[in-house]
Ligand binder design. Sequence first.
Ligand SMILES: Nc1nc2c(ncn2[C@@H]2O[C@H](COP(=O)(O)OP(=O)(O)OP(=O)(O)O)[C@@H](O)[C@H]2O)c(=O)[nH]1
Length: 556
Amino acid sequence: MTMKTKDAAKKEKTPPLMALNPAELARESFRQLATRRIAPTPEAYRQIYEELAGISDIPDSEKVLLDFANSLLTLSSEPDDISDFGKRFELAAKARDWRAYSTALTALTAEHLKGSVAVTGAAAPVSPSVSTSAPPPASVTVSTTNSPTSRTPAEDRHTRLLRDMLSRTLLLAVAALLNTAPELAEEAEALGRAVKDAVTEDSLDDISIQLKQLCFKIEMRAGDAAEEQELLLRLFKLLLDNVSELTEEDSWLHGQIESVQSLLSGPINHHALMDATRNMKDVIYKQGTLKHSLTEAKVTVKNMMITFIDRLGALATSTGDYHEKIDIYSGKIRQASDITALNAILEDVMRDTRNAQSEALRSLDEMIVVRRDVESAEQRIHELESKLAQMSELVREDQLTGSLNRRGLDDVFDRELSRADRRSSPLCIAMLDLDDFKRLNDTHGHVAGDEALVYLVRVIKDTLRTMDVLARFGGEEFLILLPDTTIEEATQTVTRLQRELTKRIFMHNDERVLITFSAGVALRAGTEDQGSMIKRADAALYKAKRAGKNRVVSAE
Ligand SMILES: Nc1nc2c(ncn2[C@@H]2O[C@H](COP(=O)(O)OP(=O)(O)OP(=O)(O)O)[C@@H](O)[C@H]2O)c(=O)[nH]1
């Protein structure tokens, strides 16, 4: 029951109706509630019921003052100045020393409720007849204002506690969680320290603004981190998918591992990850092709060596026969008695010698040829190896599809950005990636994969305007530059490309092979640069993949 309700209740106090039984008392209580226009709460009902029954719950003033002392004592679990005051009040009340009580009350007011706080009866000496309601004392009629100092001790304690908790949360928990973003961790620590010292409302307001800003920054940072993590996972998936193909020749693997390691040792950012993924795709494919050629070259060398050994064996065998025959002939010669017999033997010897000679010569020739083949195969291996090193250093065109390569794209992109700036015209890009291309390669072979890429480029070139530019971005990824094109037009164009690709069926070995692609389209925002546009188109492409492939998504 509020103070006002109690006062009103006291004013209209009804003499106790001792004669009434409980049911009648209850009825009368309800009637009184209505007459006095008091809200029918359980507490109000109890008050009136007790009043009518003559059971007064209004304590006397001494009890109130003693209760106040007790409640101060129970307010704090450990000795502090509040409990000291409690003790002083308790002693004064028990000794009925109201001057001492009043002095203590004035001191309490001066120390804890200064400023705009006015405590009823606190400034003046208190007499036992002080008119106040029942405890708890924390609700002593305090007229509060919005000032930070106008708090009761309990509120102060809670504020201190909360401030402490916030400060510790910022200093210990938040700062520790931000160990990957030292600048944000420092900010959290500085705020933690500031919270500890902030006592005025202004300084708390200031801290509240800074806290909001910090939360916003952490949210942004969390978004970036999630994106980077996603890219990292893609990169690792790619590496794992291909690692089995590379392990046979570990020298090929070293380069990959080194580049990923150096990437992981530096600060991980979106660009570095995107580039590493693309480069790796490119290198994996090209190395795969070269490795295949090298394996072929090695098989050739091995076969040649086998032939070489076979020939040597044949030579040894034929000359072995020859020596055997010579032995026989020498025996025959020794036994020959006339010149006719010797002549016959000599002719046989001559014939066998000629055979052995020509066999030896043939083997020699073959050995020379084989040796030359081995040398040229070795030469080819060296050429293939060095080709990997200087791979497409200078070319601006993709050798397989005839579209621009990354280098060529960079030149044209620069040109188109300047043109768009000059004319203030819209510029869009579309990033395309064939769907399930690995499966196509695995099912139909790499040659079919290559043909599919060439086929895709042909369909794109047939469908696009001449001013549009197509570049192979890496592996099975392509980028189309669409000058003077709005985002709606760009999306329509790419959707048309998808339709065209499914209409014009790709055939391999008389088999119909369905090829589709996913795409992300981005409109240049203001003077946005190439990297940022590609990043947004790539993110949209990734969404298209995740949404089920064979679709176009516009970048945000
Ligand atoms: N035939 C051929 N294959 C290539 C070429 N460049 C890259 N690849 C292959 O393309 C495949 C790309 O595989 P992933 O990146 O896993 O993509 P995907 O299978 O298309 O899967 P999604 O993109 O999720 O639809 C790899 O197997 C590469 O070896 C190329 O020039 N010719």
